[in-house]
Design a protein around this ligand. Structure first.
Ligand code: ADP
Ligand code: ADP
Ligand code: ZN
Length: 210
C-alpha cells in the first residue's frame, strides 16, 4: 500500500487538485477536514470536540485526527493506498502515518499568504457532489449550476472568513510547515508552484507522480 500526501497551506488548492487527479491515481481522496465536518454535522463526540478548534481556526488535537485516520485506512477502498488531503499537519501525525502506510510522494502546493485570504473568502462547494469553486477564480460555467453534477445547491464553510483565515495560516506556519523539512530529508518531497492556472498545476502534479 502506497499513499500520496497533498501538502500546503489552507486554500492552496489541495482539494481542487485531489478531485482532478483522483482518476489518474486511482486512489480515493481522504480529507481530514471533510471527515471532521461530517462528524460535526452528525453531532458525534469527535465532532463536538473538534468544532471548538475548527471554529477558532486551530488544529484539532493529534490523537483525535490519528484515530480518525486509523479507522479510515481500514476501509475497503484504501487497500491500495489513499490520497491524503490536509493530513498530516504536525510531526506527530506524520510519525503516526509512517506506522500505518508507506508515503510514496508528498506534493507540496505553494501559494503566498496574501493570495490565500482571497482564495478562501471566495470558496464555495457543491452541496451534492463536493466540487470546489471560487466566486472569481473558478466560477461555475453556468451560473448557479454545478459543472460536475448539475445541482444548484451550494455551501460555504463557517470557518472561511477573514478572521479565522489568519489563525489557520498561523497554525500552518507554526505547526505544519516544519513537516516540509521532515519530508524533504526523506527524498519524497515535490514542490509545486500553486500560484498559477489550475490546469498547469494539475499537469505538474501528474508529472511529479510519474
Ligand atoms: P485547499 O483544499 O488546499 O484548502 P481548495 O482546493 O479548496 O484548497 O481551494 C481554495 C479555493 O481556491 C477554492 O475556492 C478554489 O476554487 C480556489 N482555487 C484552487 N486552485 C486555484 C488556482 N490555481 N488559482 C486560483 N484559485 C484556485
Ligand atoms: P483548509 O485546507 O482550508 O485549511 P481543512 O478542511 O483541511 O481546511 O481543515 C479545516 C479545519 O479542520 C482546520 O482548520 C482544522 O481545525 C481541522 N483539521 C483538518 N485536518 C486536520 C489535521 N490533519 N490536524 C488537525 N486539524 C485538522
Ligand atoms: Zn455537484
Amino acid at each position: 500500500m502506497e499513499s500520496i500526501v497533498l501538502f500546503g497551506p489552507p486554500g492552496a488548492g489541495k482539494g481542487t487538485q485531489a478531485q482532478r487527479i483522483m482518476e489518474s491515481t486511482g486512489l480515493p481522496q481522504v480529507s481530514t477536514g471533510d471527515m471532521l465536518r461530517a462528524a460535526v454535522s452528525a453531532g458525534t463526540p469527535t465532532g463536538v470536540e473538534a468544532k471548538k478548534y475548527m471554529d477558532a481556526g486551530l488544529l484539532v488535537p493529534d490523537d483525535v485526527i490519528i484515530a480518525l485516520i486509523k479507522d479510515r485506512i481500514q476501509e475497503a477502498d484504501a487497500i491500495n493506498g489513499v490520497m491524503f488531503d490536509g493530513f498530516p499537519r504536525t510531526i506527530p501525525q506524520a510519525e503516526a502515518l509512517a506506522g500505518i502506510t508507506v508515503v510514496s510522494h508528498v506534493i507540496a502546493i505553494e501559494v503566498p499568504d496574501d493570495k490565500i485570504v482571497e482564495r478562501i473568502c471566495g470558496r464555495f462547494t457543491c452541496a451534492d457532489c463536493s466540487a470546489v469553486f471560487h466566486d472569481l477564480f473558478n466560477p461555475t460555467k453556468i451560473d448557479g449550476k454545478c459543472d460536475t453534477c448539475g445541482s444548484g445547491n451550494f455551501k460555504r464553510r463557517a470557518d472561511d472568513n477573514a478572521d479565522t483565515v489568519m489563525s489557520r495560516l498561523n497554525a500552518y506556519h507554526e505547526q505544519t510547515s516544519p513537516l516540509a523539512e521532515w519530508y524533504q530529508t526523506k527524498g519524497i518531497f515535490h514542490i509545486i508552484n500553486g500560484d498559477r492556472e489550475i490546469d498547469q498545476i494539475t499537469e505538474d502534479i501528474l508529472s511529479a507522480l510519474k
